[in-house]
Design a binder for this molecule. Structure first.
Ligand SMILES: Cc1cc2nc3c(=O)[nH]c(=O)nc-3n(C[C@H](O)[C@H](O)[C@H](O)COP(=O)(O)O)c2cc1C
Length: 188
């Protein structure tokens, strides 16, 4: 049993945190390539591999996406979401130098689940290189407007689900939230 390698993987899984502060410096292309490679090696239903990754390193576009998402948040039915949208200090991507939008092929069996598996792989690959990431569900507010989706040149038939912010960390990871216990039962 290879517990040494297993422990390294488990440590990476447990050490990963949602990083919400980044250095301005762009990550290296080689690192980016490894992160995407981890994504495309995720398992998929029916081996559909129904994903598309839009790598955005254009700061103007990232800022535009942030502004558009916040505008849309201000029209939410949920009052705290409206308040977040009005928060001038909030940048939903935390000013990360790279944002990856993950889109799924609508005709696949379970594109959303498959894309989520790819995202988690990418977060872990980044952590293994000490690169920070955050899964950005709030990007949905940008995708809510079809005109915004057009700005991303996503292939026909694909739906953007989530974004991931990526960049070098400014400080070591904190401990992170405690995990709930008692979530397992065994049947032997
Ligand atoms: C589907 C999904 C959407 C998320 N969206 C956001 C988001 O928009 N902004 C954010 O700061 N964190 C977001 N997160 C990160 C969670 O807040 C975070 O994973 C959780 O608080 C646990 O912290 P940890 O990632 O450091 O373990 C999202 C996570 C998931 C899985």
């Amino acid at each position: 049993m290879n517990t040494v390698l297993g422990n390294i993987v488990l440590e990476t899984i447990k050490d990963r945190r949602s990083v919400r502060k980044y250095q301005n410096q762009q990550i290296k292309d080689e690192e980016l390539k490894m992160i995407i490679e981890a994504g495309i090696y995720a398992p998929t239903a029916n081996n559909d591999q129904p994903w598309h990754f839009t790598v955005i390193q254009n700061q103007k576009l990232i800022e535009h996406m942030n502004e558009e998402a916040k505008k849309s948040m201000q029209t939410s039915d949920v009052s705290w979401m409206r308040e977040m949208g009005k928060n001038e200090k909030l940048n939903i991507f935390f000013h990360s130098p790279t944002v990856i939008v993950v889109s799924g092929r609508k005709t696949a069996i379970s594109p959303l689940v498959d894309c989520c598996a790819a995202i988690q792989n990418m977060l872990l690959a980044a952590e293994s290189m000490d690169i920070g990431t955050c899964w950005i569900g709030l990007a949905k507010f940008f995708f809510a407007n079809p005109k915004n989706i057009e700005k991303l040149n996503i292939p026909e038939g694909y739906q953007p689900y989530y974004a991931v912010s990526i960049g070098y960390k400014t400080s070591p990871n904190n401990k992170g939230p405690e995990r709930n216990k008692n979530v397992v039962n065994y049947i032997k």
